[in-house]
Design a protein around this ligand. Structure first.
Ligand code: GH3
Ligand code: MG
Ligand code: MG
Ligand code: MG
Ligand code: MG
Length: 319
């Protein structure tokens, strides 16, 4: 993956690397109560950016949700909600606080600049501005924002398989559990473990073992049908699958499909007692979350069922 980093690891600020990182033109939201001010900024950015505009701070929040801008250029003085207030509101909102804010204002004084930065802005530009400087400052902040988005994404991915990692699982599993508790919908968990994988490594080598894990990951991924289903690498050769709004029968059907999908890969395993090919065992658990039940209990139950699948001869799913 092209991380848009220069050779020494510093973020690249040129427009080409921004485009490569995003895979599209960056989106810029201009908010100013004076249409003429918006027009001036529009002329600076319209060639390289996809530009959205608003003359009302209150409307700007909705625009942020709808258009997901990569950066916000914000006026200070506006009737109704002013720029400081909008900035603070944005930074309070978990899904919007990642959008960097740069103030562009007629204010020249240190107090105004301090207030702006304290409201959560990353930069403060006084008018009259120089188009080149504004462009460069926007680019620099955008580049930092994209780097941090990317690092956040990588922090939740498993490097070997490309699936979500354990950190992401822990976070999302807890969220799904809370959601199920609120809605009363069933929540299922499938734990999968590769059979006799130590012997696989011993016989074919660790690199082949890594390839095997990647293929298992792909096969498991193919078994998921709903956008809300969540597959992650739980540990070394173990995978976890969270299935929201799925009852035990539905989860067992998914798990059975997974077992079959991995077996059908027909990856030779000369030292498995469960067959001539690589197989997995799965444990399935489901809860109707209610007060008094902890998310950990779902994991414990799935683990017990996985153990049962192993004890019954592996290459199967138990619920
Ligand atoms: P069982 O059927 O009871 O699950 O037996 P097993 O051999 O699969 O279980 P065990 O827990 O004894 O061994 C798991 C093996 O998985 C040992 C470990 O070296 C291997 N493993 C864990 N992570 C990786 C990895 O990232 N790459 C490779 N190649 N092997 C891994
Ligand atoms: Mg104004
Ligand atoms: Mg294991
Ligand atoms: Mg195993
Ligand atoms: Mg084991």
């Amino acid at each position: 993956e092209d991380l848009g980093l220069t050779a020494d690891g510093a973020p690249a600020h040129d427009h080409g690397s921004l485009l490569r990182l995003l895979g599209r033109r960056p989106r810029l939201l201009l908010v100013d109560d004076q249409p003429l001010n918006i027009q001036a900024l529009y002329q600076v950015f319209s060639a390289d950016y996809q530009v959205f505009m608003s003359t009302h701070a209150s409307q700007a929040l909705a625009l942020c949700r709808d258009r997901q801008p990569d950066l916000l250029l914000l006026d200070v003085e506006m009737p109704g909600m002013d720029g400081y207030e909008l900035c603070r509101e944005l930074k309070r909102s978990p899904d919007l606080r990642g959008i960097p804010v740069i103030f562009v204002t007629a204010h020249q004084d240190a107090e105004a600049e301090t207030r702006g930065l304290e409201a959560g802005a990353v930069d403060f530009i006084s008018k009259p501005f120089n188009a080149g400087v504004v462009r460069a400052r926007v680019k620099a902040q955008l580049s930092l924002k994209l780097q941090s988005d990317l690092l956040r994404r990588l922090a939740f991915l498993d490097g070997l398989t490309g699936l979500y990692n354990r950190r992401h699982f822990d976070e999302r599993f807890e969220l799904e559990f809370q959601r199920a508790r609120r809605t009363g919908a069933p929540l299922s968990l499938v734990l999968a473990d590769v059979d006799f994988f130590k012997r696989y490594n011993d016989h074919y080598g660790h690199l082949a073992g890594d390839d095997c894990l990647r293929r298992v990951a792909l096969a498991l991924k193919d078994c998921l049908k709903r956008p809300g289903d969540l597959l992650s690498r739980y540990g070394g050769e173990e995978f976890a699958c969270v299935l929201p709004e799925t009852d035990l029968a539905g989860a067992l059907a998914v798990a059975t499909g997974m077992e079959q999908a991995v077996r059908e890969q027909q990856m030779a395993h000369a030292h498995s007692d469960a067959g001539a090919e690589v197989t997995i065992s799965l444990g399935v658990a489901c809860v109707q979350p209610h007060a008094g039940i902890e998310s950990a209990q779902l994991i414990t139950t799935a683990d017990e069922q996985l153990y049962r699948a192993k004890a019954q001869g592996r290459a199967r799913a138990c619920a």
